[in-house]
Design a binder for this molecule. Structure first.
Ligand code: FE2
Length: 320
């Protein structure tokens, strides 16, 4: 192949995990920086020696055609990366957030693919690992929640808020991971709603809103197809738009008939919807969003959870 046609992509060398084999070649620019030289072969197992050599390298590249291999590698080692002592917390949060973003984007494109669904759990687990491992992790994660609305960024933001609130409420370990799965998947049913309705630049008509309202039940069906049988995940998906006074959908259930997971996700979902920019509305500040939730959503949200959410955010603010 003609050398000039090869394109290179810079990568984050800190994701390279000791004891694991690469499945892509690594390159560094040569002294004149005009040409790339091979640094490590694709079957190299990263050992202490290579770590020392890597420390001396400023920038590391892969051949762009290996980008998918690199993505798969990061995916495979995401939990090790989340626990790495070498990577500062804010950077880890960004690496995990970016990985989550691409995995969840893929999941919305192929909502019924078991292969895609399998990729979700390690990503959720790495969020939880970061949160459980470091008291300041919630702050790092909250800092990077995206402020523009896309279905996949909304799903990650809601997951971060949900895990932060869940952890604040004392939910831990496997229960917290299960709560995270419910939050990541809560809007998966939107993959069955017309794209033009999801991305409409303005208020929905009644007909459109009725179609939008099918997404919790659609999501529940998708989750069952994926083999998910944990009732807490299923109810988190199906009931995140139920209201305490029975005015929600799809089942019009009330108060404690709505599971705790669904009530937690409901609060975080509303907060993200209000505080995120949409093409047809400016974002509200966190303060305005919380005030609106407190003053105008009494019959809608679980106010005990809204108060806990406010306390959780205040605790993060006071750490800054
Ligand atoms: Fe929803």
């Amino acid at each position: 192949m003609n050398r000039k046609t090869i394109r290179y992509k810079s990568i984050d060398k800190r994701v390279l995990t000791e004891g694991e084999q690469l499945n892509f070649q690594l390159y560094i620019p040569n002294e004149t920086k005009s040409i790339m030289g091979l640094f490590l072969q694709s079957d190299t197992v990263i050992d202490g020696n290579s770590k020392v050599r890597l420390r001396e390298v400023e920038k590391l590249y892969i051949n762009e055609k290996d980008a998918l291999h690199y993505e798969a590698y990061v995916q495979k080692h995401i939990q090790t990366i989340a626990l790495s002592e070498e990577i500062p917390l804010d950077d880890k949060a960004i690496i995990v957030y970016e990985k989550a973003s691409s995995v969840i984007d893929e999941m919305f494109r192929n909502p019924e693919s078991l292969e895609m669904a399998k990729n979700i759990k390690p990503v959720v687990d790495s969020f939880v690992n970061i949160i459980l491992h470091d008291a300041k992790a919630v702050e790092s994660l909250l800092k990077i929640t995206a402020h523009d609305y896309y279905t996949h960024t909304h799903s990650i933001n809601v997951s971060i808020y949900t895990l932060s609130l869940g952890s604040f409420l004392g939910i831990e370990g496997e229960d917290l991971k299960t709560l995270g799965m419910a939050a990541v998947l809560h809007d998966i049913g939107k993959s069955k709603v017309d794209y033009n309705i999801i991305n409409k630049n303005g208020k929905l008509t009644e007909v459109e809103f009725n179609e939008m309202k099918t997404h919790p039940a659609e999501g529940h069906t998708i989750a069952l197809k994926l083999g998910i049988n944990d009732e807490r995940i299923l109810s988190g998906i199906r009931h995140h738009h139920e209201k305490m006074d029975g005015g929600g959908y799809p089942d019009k259930i009330t108060e404690d008939k709505i599971s705790e997971f669904a009530r937690i996700i409901g609060v975080c979902d509303v907060f993200d919807a209000l505080s995120t920019k949409r093409s047809y509305k400016d974002p509200m500040s966190s303060f305005e969003s919380l005030r609106l939730m407190k003053q105008q959503m009494q019959g809608h949200l679980d106010m005990i959870l809204v108060d806990a959410f406010i306390k959780m955010l205040q605790k993060q603010e006071s750490k800054k």
